[in-house]
Design a protein around this ligand. Structure first.
Ligand SMILES: [Zn+2]
Length: 289
């Protein structure tokens, strides 16, 4: 496998790993935006699914190796794999291409607990056993996400978190619940945005003059840079819009990099403001077209 692309933020390396492409319903990804508008940049297949990525930035500094989100992993049933058109192995292949192993990951920060972000914290072995995927990592997740996941009374939340028992049980000792903003190591901070889920968080890296923000499901693709383009999954789209606007304003003024969780063309980009619009400047492309 080709070496995954990376950027340097001061003395910190951000390597763009991916858990591979998958497909999901275009209508779910763009909410109130009509298909006629999104289909140009995200051509739907016969099932109305669009191609998406599962970007998992790896933050490297000294002995620290901090993974942001873990993709879908290999825990899905054959039927679910077909529905989402997801393979497996890319995240571990990417690590291997860096000369690293799962045991080298020192921390995992989960933006939220939907299956396409936390599924990869477990490995489904051929024996049928489901075990932790990163045996030496501390796992950081918002307490609020864990609480909702534990006992969702609401039917919509129950469905959205139905995979969690399987993902959390093998990792229970490694999980460090967070209560709001937390600096994981100096210059690497997780910040709650809400919007997509009540306690959804993003990860901001600052080192020297540079900065990088992985905006997870607040700006999942390049098309979501537009204010009103938000996912149907968002529990509070107004909060998504407010946080998106604030982070993008900051990214333009500081020339910082932003990461896209699901864009199939771009892992990350610098953005510029031109003619009243937010546009892509320098960018890092996703592997394999
Ligand atoms: Zn997602």
């Amino acid at each position: 496998m080709k070496r995954p692309p990376e950027i340097n933020i001061g003395a910190t390396r951000i390597v763009f790993l991916t858990d591979g492409f998958w497909r999901n319903d275009g209508g779910c990804m763009f909410g109130v935006v009509p298909r006629e508008l999104w289909k140009k940049n995200h051509p739907p297949d016969v099932y109305n699914r669009i191609r998406l990525n599962l970007t998992c930035p790896l933050i490297l500094r000294g002995r620290e190796a901090i993974l942001v989100d873990t993709g879908i992993g290999n825990r899905l049933s054959a039927t679910e794999r077909k529905i989402f058109d997801h393979g497996e192995g890319w995240l571990l292949d990417g690590l291997q291409a860096l000369g690293m192993e799962p045991g080298d990951i020192t921390a995992v920060i989960l933006s939220h607990l939907h299956f396409d972000h936390c599924g990869g914290i477990v490995r489904h072995r051929e024996s049928g056993v489901i075990e932790t995927a990163f045996p030496c990592a501390r796992i950081f997740v918002q307490q609020g996400e864990l609480e909702i996941a534990k006992g969702p009374k609401n039917e919509r939340l129950r469905t959205a978190y139905r995979h969690l028992e399987e993902c959390l049980a093998p990792n229970i000792k490694a999980i460090e619940p967070m209560d709001g903003e937390l600096e994981i190591i100096s210059g690497v901070t997780a910040r709650v945005t809400g919007g997509h889920t009540r306690d959804h968080q993003v990860v901001v890296v600052r080192d020297g003059d540079g900065s990088f923000a992985h905006l997870a499901d607040i700006v999942p693709t390049r098309s979501h840079l537009s204010g009103a383009w938000n996912q149907a999954y968002d529990l509070d789209p107004m909060a998504t819009m407010e946080h998106k606007a604030a982070y993008l304003r900051q990214a333009v003024s500081e020339r910082s990099w932003i990461g896209f969780a699901h864009d199939d063309h771009l892992f990350a980009a610098q953005i510029v403001h031109q003619d009243g619009k937010t546009k892509i400047g320098h960018s890092i492309g996703a592997i394999a077209e």
